[in-house]
Design a protein around this ligand. Structure first.
Ligand SMILES: [Zn+2]
Length: 508
């Protein structure tokens, strides 16, 4: 038995490693820098907890922005870990630090802003083995959840003399992954990425026009047998309150609301009621879910389109952690799009603005896309594996959901089965050539038109039909090609000029 497997047997009741865990544990135990990209629920924390508990010489530091998550993990480790954060008194924090430094505990969880508190750095210096950055996408401005206090963590790790760094995240596009490596200064890291497939989830996107239709859809979905417990994500605090009140009336039982504008106590009470099963439905903004781990959520409905596909995947992914069939339904309206554009235009910093446009294009590419939702999500995260749903897949692959079908226009025609995309490199070469040679420069949709051999007026006007690769990819669906273009944008192979009518250009 390997050292890692022995450690697993000693420290946990798990029957064996889950995908990716053994490699991560072994690399960390060998003192290598590690980047772990694993979807929520895949067992990310074991990747650093096990090496930490095995490290007899040095202390392992774990940095996470999620207070509740740290609290849960420390409690779960029963005395083998300590915690320092702003919610505790300074006496409690000092005692935790003392126990950690004396070797009584092997792990110390620290909120990132605590490193600026006087004294902590000097005391920890030279005692740190593994430095863990959880929710590592927060270091990247390209992530959906950038935290300024995360920016300097690489520097802090070096100052403390940490032996190695393990960065872990559940949501990283190839671009964000690259950014994490650069920002934390990981040296030749072992990269472990398990797939983003969640076979038991179905993904449906439905267009709604107007408030009434949206309300009807939410009610119909919640009214179906087997749809509860359910989380309804509303875009704004105001809508969260309104929807919770409406559903309380309709369903005949209390439907709590949860958003960051509520006082701490009623907010905690909403969470408690939902977690305990007392309230089978909660209506929330994106503030809900940090560290919420309820395994049997059967439905996650988004009443409005979130600002990024990362956020969508993370929130929708709170469904079906127990592995049983669960539904994710996104209700989209043109109004949401207008709102997104409005908020992006409020952004002053040009870099932040262009990032928001990139997220806008990705999330609306997903919503407006006609291909398999599951494939679109996998490709967005750079996951090239074939889609593998266990039951229902999505609105593009299956019949529309019954609850949504009533009163709707005819369902969209079914598409031919997806063409194999094994030849990913060839298609990327073709895209590169179009980007390089098209003049005037083209946007992503036009590039795809060219590759699929469109005979549109614009194509004729600018002689795009003379470009290499013109029409050679007509066996591919437009959304599949768009997915490839987006993956290249995400990987930084090509760039977008940004703005309302963005063009593609070669990366510098
Ligand atoms: Zn599908």
């Amino acid at each position: 038995m390997s050292q890692a497997a022995e450690a697993l047997t000693r420290h946990s009741g798990h029957p064996g490693f889950r995908p990716g865990q053994r490699e991560a544990v072994e690399a960390a135990m060998a003192g290598r820098d590690v980047l772990v990209v694993m979807p929520t629920g895949a067992g990310k924390s074991l990747c650093y907890q096990l090496p930490a508990l095995e490290d007899a010489e040095c202390l392992t530091l774990v940095v996470s922005p999620l207070v509740s998550l740290m609290q849960d993990q420390v409690e779960g480790l029963g005395g083998r870990a300590e915690l320092i954060n702003a919610q505790r008194t300074s006496a409690e924090n000092s005692e935790s630090l003392r126990r950690a430094l004396s070797g009584e505990t092997r792990m110390l969880y620290v909120a990132p802003e605590r490193f600026w508190a006087p004294g902590i750095g000097e005391k920890l210096k030279g005692n740190v083995g593994l430095f863990v950055v959880d929710e590592a996408h927060c270091v990247s401005q390209w992530g959906h959840d950038f935290r300024p206090e995360y920016f300097k963590l690489g520097e802090i790790a070096r100052r403390l003399g940490a032996r190695s760094i393990l960065a872990a995240t559940a949501t990283a596009t190839p671009r964000v992954s690259g950014d994490i490596v650069a920002r934390l200064g990981l040296s030749d890291p072992v990269k472990i990425a398990t797939g983003f497939e969640r076979p038991n989830l179905s993904y449906d996107v439905a267009a709604v026009s107007g408030e009434r239709e949206r309300e009807r859809a939410v009610s119909a979905l919640l009214g179906e047998p087997g749809s509860l417990p359910a989380i309804v994500y509303s875009g704004t605090r105001k809508r969260t309150e309104a929807t919770a009140q409406r559903l309380s009336r309709e369903l005949g039982h209390h439907v709590p609301a949860y958003h960051a504008g509520m006082d701490r106590e009623p907010r905690a009470e909403s969470q408690r009621a939902f977690m305990s099963g007392e309230a089978p439905v909660v209506v929330a903004t994106n503030a809900f879910g940090m560290g919420v781990d309820k395994a049997d959520v059967r439905t996650v409905i988004h009443e409005a389109v979130p600002s990024s596909l990362e956020a969508y995947y993370q929130e929708a992914g709170r469904a079906g952690r127990d592995g049983l069939p669960s539904r994710c339904v996104l209700l989209a309206s043109g109004q949401d799009k207008g709102l997104h554009v409005y908020f992006i235009n409020q952004t002053e910093d040009p870099q932040a603005k262009s990032q928001k446009w990139a997220q806008y294009r990705a999330v609306w590419g997903f919503v407006d896309g006609e291909g398999c939702r599951r494939v679109a999500i996998l490709r967005h995260f750079g996951d090239r594996s074939a889609a593998a749903s266990e039951g229902r897949c999505c609105d593009a692959c299956d019949e529309p959901l019954e609850a949504l079908a009533a009163g709707k226009a005819a369902p969209r025609p079914k598409r031919a089965a997806s063409t194999a995309s094994e030849c990913g490199d060839d298609v990327r070469d073709a895209i590169l050539r179009v980007v390089e040679e098209a003049s005037p420069a083209v946007g992503r949709t036009r590039a795809v038109e060219i590759l699929r051999g469109s005979r549109s007026k614009v194509v004729a006007k600018y002689a795009y039909d003379e470009l290499p690769g013109y029409g050679e990819w007509n066996a591919w669906r437009a959304d599949e090609l768009l997915g490839e273009v987006d993956a290249m944008l995400a990987a930084g192979t090509i760039r977008s000029t940004g703005g309302k009518f963005p063009k593609l250009e070669m990366a510098a």
